[in-house]
Ligand binder design. Structure first.
Ligand code: UTP
Length: 291
């Protein structure tokens, strides 16, 4: 079945990037000249998604404003002969059919996804974590949707993480299918203790889920950090009907993390037509002075 709907949870508190995220949602932090969440919406659209639900919360109205029209700004740009940037601004509001719902309490990613129950209805859907930007030739969401369409099972976007870091993530039990980038996921544990680590593979930023996740989420109690964890619900899903994993080909940048924000900025700047050359010259100068 073709995946037409996507959910972008963007209601988290962003405590790891305070104070930047105090009044500005981390999902709106710019990567050179575009907010992180626009990269994510563009990835969804390139993956064939038609309808998007963004889960927001108090203080995140800038997300809605960004994907809306801005008539005063547009008029001023046109009056000043800036047609090009004006077109770009208008195009943002036409990217996709975007709806919003508020998660009234930040009870965890699983709870945020549960808020999408009515929007999703009875079909499979993609989840693109609002603070994970993935850059690459092929959209990561598309790679997952293709695997869903082939196996009709939930799919997690997976990557190996540094063994010393796995306790901050979820850890997966996986079986690789031949020499491919596709895996069977048989078990998972969120924020594992050392003796619970299943492998260094984790779920990073993207999943495609069947609607059967909703009754499971309804019965999922708070887990790690006292939050309703999507991982706990996906573990039940994997046990009930199996799940797949795909090691996507792009590079993931964690916009909920200071280093991730810097890495994303450098990477995008080095391909940006306007700033690439002067930025490269600046970077070379900085590097030559490093000890
Ligand atoms: P994170 O756990 O990375 O976000 O969730 P967080 O809670 O903001 O992180 P801290 O405070 O820095 O540790 C991944 C994605 O899920 C969303 C976040 O906005 C982020 O995009 N999320 C998380 C929700 O929408 N609701 C929640 O209750 C928690």
């Amino acid at each position: 079945m073709k995946i037409r709907k996507a959910v972008i949870p963007a209601a988290g508190l962003g405590t790891r990037v305070l104070p930047a995220s105090k009044a500005m949602p981390k999902e709106m932090l710019p990567i050179v000249d575009k907010p992180a969440i626009q990269f994510i919406v563009e990835e969804a659209v390139k993956s064939g998604i038609e309808d998007i639900l963004i889960i927001t919360s108090r203080g995140k109205t800038t997300v809605e404003d960004h994907f809306d029209r801005a008539p005063e700004l547009e008029a001023r740009l046109l009056a000043n002969g800036k047609e090009d940037i004006c077109r770009q601004i208008v195009d943002i509001s036409k990217l996709a059919n975007i709806q919003y719902i508020r998660q009234k309490e930040t009870k965890g990613l699983g709870h945020a996804v549960y808020c999408a129950k009515t929007f999703v209805g009875d079909e499979p859907f993609a989840v693109l974590y609002g603070d994970d930007v993935i850059l690459g030739e092929t959209p990561a969401c598309k790679e997952l949707c293709d695997v869903y369409e082939k196996y009709s099972l939930g799919v997690a976007g997976i990557q190996p993480v540094e063994p010393s870091q796995i306790q901050k993530y979820c850890s997966l039990a996986v079986e690789q299918l031949g020499a491919s980038n596709i895996y069977k996921v048989t078990d998972m544990v969120e924020k594992p203790k050392p003796e619970q680590v299943l492998s260094n593979f984790s779920i990073l930023g993207r999943v495609v889920l069947p609607p059967q996740i909703f009754p499971i989420l309804e019965n999922t109690s708070p887990g790690a950090n006292g939050e309703i964890q999507l991982t706990d619900a996906m573990r039940t899903l994997a046990q009930q009907q199996g799940m797949m994993g795909v090691q996507y080909s792009g590079t993931r940048f964690d916009m909920g993390n200071k280093l991730g924000i810097l890495q994303a900025a450098v990477t995008v700047a080095l391909t940006h037509p306007e700033v690439r050359e002067p930025f490269k010259a600046y970077l070379k100068q900085v590097v030559s002075q490093l000890d």
